[in-house]
Design a protein around this ligand. Sequence first.
Ligand SMILES: Cc1cc2nc3c(=O)[nH]c(=O)nc-3n(C[C@H](O)[C@H](O)[C@H](O)COP(=O)(O)OP(=O)(O)OC[C@H]3O[C@@H](n4cnc5c(N)ncnc54)[C@H](O)[C@@H]3O)c2cc1C
Length: 397
Amino acid sequence: MVGGGFTGLSAAYHAAEAGSEVVLVEAAEPGWGAAGRNGGQVIPGFKLDPDDLDRRFGEELGRRLTDFGATAPDLVFELVAKHAIDCEARREGWVHAVHGRAALPLEEERVRQWQARGAALEMLDGDQVAAVLGTDAYVAGLLDPRGGWLQPLAYARGLARAAQSAGVSLHGMSPATRIDRRADGWQIATPSGSVTARQVLICTNAYSNTLWPRLTRSLIPVTSFQVATEPLSDELRARILPKGHVSSDTRRLLRYFCMTSEGRLVVGGRGHSRESDRRELYAHIVASLHELYPETAGARLEYFWSGRVALTLDHLPKISELGPGMWSGAGYNGRGVAMATAMGRLLARCAGGASADSLPLRPTKARPLPFHGLRAPAIGVAVGWKRLLDAWEARRR
Ligand SMILES: Cc1cc2nc3c(=O)[nH]c(=O)nc-3n(C[C@H](O)[C@H](O)[C@H](O)COP(=O)(O)OP(=O)(O)OC[C@H]3O[C@@H](n4cnc5c(N)ncnc54)[C@H](O)[C@@H]3O)c2cc1C
């Protein structure tokens, strides 16, 4: 197992539980990547809707894929409960906040599709969404009660402990530097030793580097930035996200926000092309925070941080078959808390010999994206354009 984020830790845990001998190497420490720095929003489903999945994969596989996305949060909360992971987990629901009228029909259609499949999603009107979020910045919202929040680094560390208890041999500060084919499997080299294994799972997602270039070139890494206020007064906490919902919005460059258990308001969004803690690069996130919640203008901003998410061209995560007995799971498009945990379990099944037909997400070959090297300037141009469209739509609300 290479990489100790949600994907790798969940894969390691599930493979060990199924009786495999598992070694996990992590370049830094468990949860060092996006797993330990994200917004903690546990979001069900994919960016594609159930009908889209049916159309694309056929009814049978589409339905299984929809179920896989829908139940991914259940797995997270089950693992938290089973292993008593102390990560402040709560399940009050996720709100997809609608930033302008143009985005409304799509959300209404989304609710219709999920309701037709028995899920208890509902549409909130402008007043209802304002009451739930504590801001009047949105015209409506989709409320999905399956979503929730947790403290992501604490969850990652809890998963690491669960994996170790299940027998996983976990090695931090052990970057895999090479993987070579051997007669009976693979050899994974690290600076201080090597591991031989019949199966290898590469779980490095947006932090994939030169280890397996085909995998790296099949993903589009983008940076997401977040800021956190100081713990807010009881009065502000009673007004902002008063019932503990988490939210991300329908903008092309989405904003996402939540209240932590200690009362810090955390707001995130797309950042500069590289990770950085230079405060001036967070100006647009701070502006979002103050636009959404002007009453926080006097609150001290105590934390600024960033990390990488991996996008895919079709907005779906991928299991890639990289060689005989070697797979990777990646590309959660910013929704990896639930999805990467569920992906880890699928990868463990791959390594345990499950047939491709039995999986809701079929393994494919990693397909390097054309012009991958030029992505940074291209993304820069796209970001500017999307920001303009978002602002225009929000103004026409
Ligand atoms: C700022 C931010 C906010 C986000 N907010 C949310 C959110 O609210 N909700 C949500 O669902 N998703 C969110 N995401 C996305 C989510 O965090 C990711 O999808 C998820 O963490 C992916 O997990 P992972 O295990 O695949 O990858 P990661 O957690 O990134 O782990 C990859 C690991 O691989 C290790 N690694 C890399 N190369 C090597 C090597 N050669 N050898 C050994 N180890 C290696 C890295 O050190 C790293 O620890 C957010 C992401 C960011 C960055």
